[in-house]
Design a protein around this ligand. Structure first.
Ligand SMILES: [Ca+2]
Ligand SMILES: [Ca+2]
Length: 95
């Protein structure tokens, strides 16, 4: 399940016209946004326990039809939320 979410996050986001560098930066921001929220012990990675929490949180927040899976539309909402979070973090850092 989480693999699907991660995959969607990797694939989605920036349009193909954008440069690879920009795309990479955007991905890193999105990853940072996830880590900021879910890396409870701040070791820079999501361990098994933290991933379970991510999955649960995503399902809680985005599984609109409550089938315990995230379909394409629901994953779109996840992507938008993570992108938004990444943008917010970026603004905070810039000040
Ligand atoms: Ca961690
Ligand atoms: Ca669903």
């Amino acid at each position: 399940m989480l693999v699907i979410v991660m995959l969607a996050l990797m694939v989605g986001g920036s349009p193909a016209v954008e440069g690879a560098v920009k795309k990479k930066a955007a991905k890193r921001q999105q990853k940072d946004a996830l880590l900021e929220r879910y890396d409870v012990n701040h070791d820079g990675t999501l361990d098994a326990e933290e991933k379970v929490a991510v999955e649960k949180d995503f399902l809680d927040r985005f599984d609109k039809n409550e089938d315990k899976k995230l379909d394409k539309d629901e994953l779109d909402a996840v992507r938008q939320e993570v992108a938004k979070q990444a943008a917010t973090n970026l603004r905070k850092k810039k000040k």
